[in-house]
Ligand binder design. Structure first.
Ligand code: SAH
Length: 388
């Protein structure tokens, strides 16, 4: 490692050092991505909320350590943490993980060099929190996570293969997540739902089910915080959240259908054109108000550099927590109607005046989550255009 200069950074209350490199890529000697700082900050908040809810000491597994930044920060910045295990298949990564543990004067943090799935299986049932933050898809490791996760534990999952989950090409998503994506204006939400659905189906064989505590799609990654519960009856019940989202390219209507093999309409009930389907995916809730409120409150007690950006995201997730699946892109609808886009807040007000839920979404600055049907929205857009 002598040929590299050492870079020193500070995140939260933690110091981290790693060999300097030009470009963020998996070819770097030790992986560190500055664009993921908010992801790590939110993880600190989420794991702290989880620890407080459990009201016990928690053991954490940082499965893909890299520089060790997650595991080291978790031990250094979260209260009530017992042992932290940092794993990475790379010896060089292990070297810097040990270095960073020392740099922050931490005890009870162990470093391991194993394949991620092997490591989880060796340590089955030992962790209260498993953080899966690989480079690319988490898909190959989720079965071992499902097998090894304890009852009432927290599973944190990052996916950076968003083009697969969003359906830029269908094949990679079908291959990795056994689900058909659809590249719509709300494809990032579909992507999160495909990932959550895949975790739920993977865990179900071990009679485990998920409760989504918080989820977000930011820049080029998606992140899920899932509480893992156990029980075959409840798992059966939970799988009713698996289903499909059907979309009409012609009039922009969309609808959901529950069940893995339930009946699905092929024809749009609004305009009679053919519907396209995405799924199987998670139709259940993807945000938990109570958990997110606690994460927001936790920002009062933690030092996080991305506080402003994190709070903006958390507040947006909070607002959209009770809204239905999918959202409407105002510009797409206006384009299809050949009218100009009215002021965003006016549209929200009109929808609310008509008795609908209407909220913004973190997925898109021009997206509206609402229980109104496409025809209701179109009427409002036309009416507002008449007043322009
Ligand atoms: N979580 C880190 C980034 C990890 S990058 C952060 O927040 O900065 C992915 C890491 O996974 C790399 O260090 C790589 O060496 C390691 N890795 C790749 N394949 C692996 C496998 N099968 N098992 C364990 N580690 C693996």
């Amino acid at each position: 490692m002598d040929e590299y200069k050492i870079k020193h950074i500070e995140e939260g209350l933690t110091q981290i050092e790693f060999p300097e490199f030009d470009k963020v890529s998996s070819d770097a000697p030790v992986f560190y991505n500055p664009h993921m700082e908010m992801n790590r900050d939110l993880s600190i908040l989420a794991i702290q909320v989880f620890q407080k809810e459990q009201d016990r000491e928690i053991n954490i597994c940082d499965l893909f350590g890299g520089s060790g930044i997650r595991g080291v920060r978790y031990k250094n910045e979260i209260d009530g943490v017992g042992e932290v295990s940092i794993n990475d298949i790379s010896e060089t990564a292990n070297h810097y993980e040990r270095h960073n543990i020392k740099l922050n004067n931490l005890s009870d943090v162990e470093v391991y060099q194993h394949d991620a799935s092997m490591f989880l299986r060796m340590k089955r049932g030992e962790f209260d929190v498993i953080d899966i933050d690989p480079f690319g898809t988490p898909s190959p490791f989720l079965d071992s996570a499902g097998y090894c996760a304890r009852r009432n534990s927290l599973l944190c999952v990052t996916a950076t293969d968003t083009s697969a989950l969003c359906g830029t090409y269908q094949e990679p998503c079908i291959r990795k997540y056994n689900s058909k994506p659809y590249k719509s204006e709300y494809c990032h939400e579909n992507g999160i739902r495909i990932l959550a659905g895949f975790v739920a189906l993977t865990l179900s064989k071990y009679a485990k089910f998920i409760e989504v505590k918080m989820s977000h799609s930011t820049e080029h990654y998606m992140r899920l915080y899932l509480e893992i519960k156990k029980g075959s009856k409840k798992t059966d019940e939970s799988l009713k959240n698996i289903g499909y989202i059907s979309h009409c390219k012609h009039c922009l209507h969309r609808q959901t259908s529950s069940g893995l093999a339930g009946p699905i309409d092929d024809v749009c009930p609004v305009c009679g054109e053919k519907l396209v389907h995405a799924g199987p995916l998670w139709l259940g809730s993807i945000q938990d108000n109570d958990f997110i409120e606690k994460m927001i409150d936790e920002t009062n007690y933690k030092k996080i550099n991305t506080e402003k950006q994190a709070l903006k995201l958390l507040n947006s997730c909070l607002v959209e927590a009770d809204a239905p699946a999918t959202f409407y892109d105002v510009h797409s609808i206006c384009k299809s109607l050949k009218v100009s886009a009215p002021k965003f807040d006016l549209i929200l007000d009109e929808l609310k005046n008509d008795g609908f839920i209407a909220v913004k979404t973190h997925f898109s600055p021009i997206g509206i989550k609402t229980d109104a049907e496409i025809e209701d929205i179109k009427k409002i857009l036309i009416k507002l255009n008449e007043n322009i």
